[in-house]
Design a binder for this molecule. Structure first.
Ligand code: THU
Length: 135
């Protein structure tokens, strides 16, 4: 992806963070998934007073896309506007993402568009267990 394309894609994640429901952590997160047809599906973290039932932005985006019938993801962007360093996806989200996206999928994350970490799903989740079971 071109630099401008990445920045615009990241901004979709940043806008999604505005929809975050995070009254407990006050830590909004937005995620954006690029589909093969160029459509972008977004999600935000949704917390719960039980704490344990909190859903991360990345999984919100994945589940929203899958529920709408989209199964092929070309890239992921994550925005954590309140952090002072780039925050990558949690372990649970990495596992869920690898169900639907191959290791070479680009992943961009950061608290602002000028300081983005650019990596891949495979780098974030190496030695993926039982990957051969994924159809
Ligand atoms: N969170 C995400 O949404 N994605 C991440 O990758 C890291 C953590 C959320 C969960 C919780 O609502 C808040 O950030 C603080 O952990």
């Amino acid at each position: 992806m071109e630099k401008d394309q990445i920045r615009a894609f990241y901004r979709a994640a940043l806008r999604a963070a505005e929809k975050s429901y995070s009254p407990y952590s006050h830590f909004p997160v937005g995620a954006a998934l690029l589909l093969s047809d160029g459509t972008v599906v977004t999600g935000a973290n949704i917390e719960n007073r039980s704490f344990g039932l909190t859903n991360c932005a990345e999984r919100t985006a994945v589940f929203t896309a899958i529920a709408a019938g989209h199964t092929t993801f070309k890239a992921l962007a994550i925005a954590t506007p309140r952090s002072d360093y780039p925050v990558g996806p949690c372990g649970a989200c990495r596992q869920v993402l690898t169900e639907f996206a191959p290791p070479e999928t680009p992943v961009f994350f950061g608290s602002n568009e000028d300081e983005l970490v650019s990596t891949t799903l495979g780098a974030l989740y190496p030695y993926d267990s039982l990957h051969e079971l994924v159809q």
